[in-house]
Write a protein that binds this ligand. Structure first.
Ligand SMILES: [Zn+2]
Length: 260
C-alpha cells in the first residue's frame, strides 16, 4: 500500500486522534495486513493499530469497542515485538515501533507519549504548579523550559539522567533499545526517566510525572495552574490550557503521515 492509501485510512479510522467503533473494528484487518507483510513494511499498520488502541479521544466506551478484539490486540503486540527486534529501523521508526509495542500491551502513557523521543520534545506540565513545560530530550539537548525555547533565550533547567532506580517500563525500553542496537534511543531514555525541576516554581519532579501531568491533567494540577501561574510578559505565547478531558497536544499521526 502506498502512503496515500495509509493517509486515507488514517483519516478515516483515527482522524485527528479521534476513534470510533469502526476504528476498533478495523483492528483485525490491520493485524492480518501486518502479519502478511515482511517486517520492513509493517510499521504503518502497527502504528495505526496502536493509535486506535491507545487513543484517548474515544467516541463511546473503549472497553465496549475493544470487546472481542482482545486476541487481535495481543497478536498485534506480538507482531510489534517481533518487528522491533529486527535491525531494520531508523531511530524515528524505532521509537514509533516501541510506542506501538507498549500501546498493544495496554500502557496508556508511553503507548502514546513515547513518540516525543522521535520529535525530540515532550509536552509536560509541572506536577506542583501546573505550568506548561517543554521537555526536550534528543539532539537539541536535555532540558526543561516553561517558555518557547526555539531560537529564544528561554530559561533552561537541565534534566539529570536516571541511571538506576528506573521504573520497570523504563528498564524494559532501554533493554529493547540496547538489544536492537539503538544506543542513542537507549541513552535518551535515561533522560526521559530522569529528574528536573520547574523553571517557574522551582519544585523538583520526575520527568515521567511531568509528561503524565500534561497527558492527563488532574483537577488539582489544572487548578494550580489557573491559580498560581505568574503572569509573564510572554504568557500569550503559551498554548491555552486544554480541557481536562482532552489531550494536551493534538495527536496528528506519526511522522510518515506528517511529512506527506
Ligand atoms: Zn512548577
Amino acid at each position: 500500500m502506498g502512503d496515500s492509501v495509509w493517509e486515507e485510512l488514517w483519516s478515516r479510522l483515527c482522524h485527528q486522534g479521534t476513534v470510533y467503533s469502526a476504528s476498533f473494528a478495523a483492528l483485525p484487518s490491520l493485524e492480518a495486513a501486518a502479519r502478511r507483510w515482511p517486517a520492513e513494511h509493517r510499521l504503518p499498520a502497527l502504528a495505526l493499530g496502536a493509535s486506535i488502541v491507545a487513543a484517548t479521544d474515544v467516541e463511546g466506551r473503549r472497553e465496549e469497542f475493544l470487546r472481542g478484539f482482545e486476541e487481535t490486540v495481543a497478536r498485534l503486540g506480538q507482531l510489534a515485538l517481533e518487528t522491533i527486534a529486527r535491525p531494520l529501523w531508523s531511530r524515528e521508526e524505532y521509537v514509533y515501533l516501541l510506542q506501538a509495542a507498549l500501546a498493544f500491551q495496554g500502557d496508556p502513557l508511553w503507548g502514546r507519549q513515547l513518540e516525543g523521543l522521535a520529535s525530540g520534545e515532550f509536552h509536560g506540565m509541572c506536577p506542583s504548579c501546573g505550568a506548561d513545560l517543554y521537555v526536550v530530550v534528543g539532539e537539541k539537548g536535555f532540558f526543561v523550559s516553561a517558555d518557547d525555547w526555539v531560537g529564544q533565550p528561554a530559561r533552561r533547567v537541565a534534566i539529570e539522567p536516571q541511571l538506576d532506580n528506573v521504573p520497570p517500563v523504563g528498564r524494559w525500553l532501554r533493554d529493547q533499545a540496547l538489544s536492537a542496537q539503538q544506543p542513542e534511543v537507549a541513552n535518551w531514555l535515561r533522560y526521559v526517566f530522569g529528574t528536573s525541576s520547574c523553571p517557574r516554581c522551582g519544585q523538583p519532579f520526575a520527568v515521567p510525572d511531568a509528561i503524565k501531568s500534561a497527558a492527563w491533567p488532574t483537577p488539582s494540577s489544572a487548578g494550580a495552574r489557573a491559580a498560581s501561574r505568574p503572569a509573564l510578559p510572554n504568557e500569550t505565547r503559551l498554548p491555552p490550557a486544554p480541557p481536562a478531558t482532552a489531550l494536551a497536544i493534538p495527536y496528528r499521526g506519526p511522522w510518515w503521515i506528517k511529512r506527506l
